[in-house]
Ligand binder design. Structure first.
Ligand code: SAH
Ligand code: SF4
Ligand code: F3S
Length: 436
């Protein structure tokens, strides 16, 4: 009996899929790489932007005819299941879906599948209360090199464009001891790199006098974990103690993902982000002063309701000033039930896409420029394996996440080595192993 999971969302969603896979394996299923020969297909959905919905319905449609052949059980979970109109649509138009579960009752999936089999009845159970935190679920990790570690669930920020607070509920933090236990286990299994996940990691609350900075410091002490990344911090909650913890740690990566969303204080106010352009730029300067060599990546939304040409220019201005390593760009997408849905001044599609292209042009040229500074430097590179296109070449990533290709012995795979960078090729670097 085989399972196939289609993960459609963010890193948190990916980590949930690792738990779903763990539970299915415990039930006796094996993984398969195609839905066509699977007995259980799970869609772990995302609804952060509009196109996600069409994607799910298209895929459900594709399975309609092969379902009977494999005696297939189709399950839909994740963020879309938390939306009432989606559940209604599945019930009406895709009534061959067997199980619908939500983000708060993921741990109930095995029981729901079992009930579906025994009672031969559709199972729909979506909770709208904040789920309890269930520790020690089995997990089948997708990568053997870098592991995802969720430290908190939910979001309290209600940025006016965003659906996440509605689909993931209020903030709940895992206990520090549970997180540290997981990280120690990862280290003992040979993991070198971890990514700490939460919608707003800076509001991690591990109890009295234990915040995100304490967690970073405690993780830094764990032997074997060389690289710690985190996603995402919110600029409004980036406190000095977190900056100090980053500066003083050996393992915390000196590339920080710091979502900007917009460079205009007017738009930021409409977005309910609770910071201004100046606050963001000051924060970047403050971090730069304390963390030598730090660089930044960001998320930007283009075409938010009410965004004027001047507002958009402010965004370009911040992009130029901060000199991001990478900018993840999104065209604003209306989400049902959010505050921004009801705002005036929605931007025509054409203007949105023109602005998107202008931003992309600027960001691409800056990325191309920023990679040049690596040439001639020595970088710590975690070696991931052979290059896909040439088995004689090894490939790895710098601590700042840049791909580096070099010739080296295969026993370097899994280790962090010093590489002198000799040339840049826009999307990757080439170099030589430093022999000391
Ligand atoms: N918690 C994270 C973001 C999670 S969503 C944070 O606050 O940064 C990932 C990204 O999707 C966001 O940073 C935002 O840039 C984008 N996004 C969220 N809602 C969107 C919407 N309605 N339209 C377009 N992009 C959106
Ligand atoms: Fe969405 Fe804002 Fe929460 Fe991020 S912080 S998940 S953008 S509401
Ligand atoms: Fe998508 Fe839900 Fe993540 S909406 S981005 S899967 S939290």
């Amino acid at each position: 009996m085989k399972y196939f999971i289609n993960t459609m969302g963010c890193k948190l969603n990916e980590n949930d899929s690792e738990k779903i896979a763990g539970m299915l394996i415990e039930m006796g299923y094996e993984e398969t790489t195609s839905p066509l020969d699977a007995n259980i297909v799970v869609f772990n959905t995302c609804c952060i932007r509009e196109n996600a919905e069409e994607k799910l319905f298209g895929k459900l449609g594709e399975l309609k005819n092969i379902k009977a052949k494999n005696n297939m059980i189709i399950c839909v979970g994740g963020c879309m299941s938390q939306e009432e109109h989606v559940v209604e649509k599945i019930k009406q138009s895709y009534n061959y879906v067997d199980v619908i579960f939500g983000t708060h009752n993921l741990h109930k999936l095995p029981e729901m599948i079992q009930n579906r089999i025994e009672e031969n009845k559709k199972q729909i159970d979506v909770w709208d209360i904040d789920g309890i935190i269930v520790e020690d679920l089995p997990m089948k990790r997708t990568s053997e090199k870098n592991a995802l570690v969720t430290i908190m669930y939910g979001c309290n920020n209600f940025c006016s464009y965003c659906i996440v607070p509605y689909t993931r509920g209020r903030e709940r933090s895992r206990k520090p001891e549970d997180i540290l236990k997981e990280v120690r286990e990862l280290a003992s299994k040979g993991y070198k790199e971890i990514m700490l996940l939460g919608q707003n990691v800076n509001s991690y609350n591990g109890g009295e006098n234990y915040n995100f900075s304490n967690l970073l410091r405690d993780i830094d002490k764990i032997e074997g974990i060389d690289i710690v990344r985190f996603m995402s911090p919110h600029p409004k909650d980036f406190t000095d103690d977190v900056i100090d913890a980053i500066a003083e740690s050996k393992s915390v990566c000196k590339v920080i993902h710091l979502p900007l969303q917009s460079g205009s204080s007017n738009v930021l106010k409409l977005m309910n982000r609770k910071y201004t352009k100046e606050h963001y730029l000051n924060l970047v300067e403050k971090i730069r002063a304390k963390v030598p060599g730090v660089s930044f990546t960001t998320d930007i939304i283009v075409g938010f309701p009410g965004e004027t040409e001047e507002d958009f220019e402010d965004t370009l201005d911040v992009v130029r000033k901060v000199d991001f390593e990478q900018v993840f760009m999104f065209i604003y997408s209306v989400r049902k039930g959010t505050v921004a849905e009801r705002m005036d001044g929605h931007i025509p599609e054409e203007t949105k896409s023109t602005r998107f292209n202008r931003l992309k042009e600027l960001a691409d040229s800056m990325t191309a420029e920023s990679i040049k500074k690596y040439v001639g430097t020595v970088q710590k590179v975690l070696v991931e394996g052979e290059s896909k296109t040439n088995p004689d070449v090894l490939t790895g990533r710098t601590r700042s996440n840049k791909i580096v290709n070099f010739v080296g012995d295969k026993n370097l795979i899994g280790k962090e080595v010093d590489i002198e960078i000799t040339s840049e090729h826009v999307w990757y670097l080439k170099g030589n192993v430093v022999i000391d």
